[in-house]
Design a protein around this ligand. Structure first.
Ligand code: KG4
Ligand code: ZN
Length: 341
């Protein structure tokens, strides 16, 4: 039995959690930075780094307190060191190194996207592996083949924007604010998804890659008209805004579901898991669940609290890495675009 402290600071959430045996979340804390970035309409890297510096100690203390855990109870400290905003990653990594040194505990570095792919396993019995994992976040949209927590192989990824990024930008275009995903989802509830037809980019019959830049442009044209001939957002009714949000969400979800089923066909696997911030979206969860059910596939979505960035998924995957002996040196670096496990 091992108990791991997980630390996550790759973007705009300062998060920590104490997890036992890679699945039992004993305590966690998250400090979001929405208020700080809202007026800029997106995450400002320097602002994010500064907020991580201010929050990290508090968040770690809170997670330890909620878990009723002392440093002596820990077997290791796991931390996201790739990929993400470099300055933001460095705050978490430096903090984790300091704790590792001060408390005499091994340090384990974790890939953020692979942790999202692993996150549906937290609390899932039996573990869902092997599985096709769809990871849909603000910075990444990827399909993985997960044979087990230590063998996670990318099958496809976005060639331009991530789905979450498209949600965020469309939200800004529609005047709905930041963070975009939940705002677009909320607006879409009042809309007709068939009122506006948006393109579904499939990138050919066999591709497992994604592209979401085209639909973003389509939304822009829909608001302003080609050559900005219409009255733009100001001239638009709230029903029209809702219809665009609904049509956009429907198109993105349809592509994500179709590509995931394509990956199931390619791999022959019988389980699908879903993680990442956009996995909090009810339409995506429901559509993928229904598609899997129709094909008698097991479907496991990450619990909503483990969809957006959190320390639990870092601690949980970190536990598996620790058991495999993958302990990092204190000279380990942060990588803005990590590719390795
Ligand atoms: O995984 P995450 O917390 O951070 C990254 O690793 O990027 O994902 C954040 C993304 C944002 O783009 C946010 O708008 C999106 O997840 N998101 C959603 C929803 N909740 C968060 N997108 C669609 N529907 C949601 N309910
Ligand atoms: Zn994330």
């Amino acid at each position: 039995m091992s108990t791991i402290l997980g630390i996550e600071t790759s973007c705009d959430e300062t998060a920590a959690a104490v997890v036992a045996d890679a699945t039992d979340v004993r305590g966690q804390a998250v400090a979001t930075q929405f208020d700080l970035h809202q007026r800029f309409g997106g995450v400002v890297p320097e602002v994010a780094s500064r907020a991580h510096v201010q929050q990290l100690d508090l968040v770690v203390d809170e997670a330890m307190k909620r878990a009723n855990c002392t440093p002596n109870d820990l077997d290791a400290i796991a931390v996201t060191n790739r990929p993400g905003l470099l300055g933001a990653l460095l705050i978490g990594l430096t903090g984790a190194k300091a704790l590792s040194w001060a408390w005499g505990k091994p340090l384990v570095t974790v890939d953020h996207i692979r942790a999202h792919a692993f996150s549906p396993a937290i609390g899932a019995t039996p573990p869902p592996w092997p599985a096709v994992a769809l990871v849909v976040s603000g910075g990444h949209t990827s399909l993985f083949r997960v044979d087990d927590p230590l063998n996670i192989h990318e099958l496809g990824a976005t060639i331009d924007d991530a789905a979450g990024e498209a949600f965020d930008k469309v939200s800004t275009m529609l005047g709905l604010g930041f963070p975009g995903g939940p705002r677009v989802e909320q607006a879409a509830r009042a809309g007709d998804p068939c009122a506006v037809a948006f393109p579904r980019s499939m990138l050919g019959p066999d591709s497992l890659d994604f592209s979401f830049s085209g639909i973003k442009t389509a939304v822009l044209y829909c608001i302003h008209g080609p050559g900005r001939t219409s009255g733009g957002l100001e001239a638009m009714s709230s029903q029209r805004v809702a219809d665009i949000a609904a049509g956009f969400q429907q198109a993105v979800v349809e592509v994500l579901v179709k590509k995931t089923l394509r990956a199931v066909e390619c791999t022959g696997l019988r389980t699908v898991v879903l993680g990442g911030g956009v996995a909090a979206n009810a339409q995506l969860r429901d559509s993928l669940a229904q598609a899997c059910s129709r094909r008698s596939l097991r479907f496991v979505a990450a619990a909503r609290q483990y969809c957006t960035d959190n320390g639990a998924m870092i601690a949980a995957l970190g536990d598996h890495l620790l058991r495999a002996g993958e302990v990092a040196d204190l000279s380990v670096d942060a990588l803005a675009t990590g590719r390795s496990r």
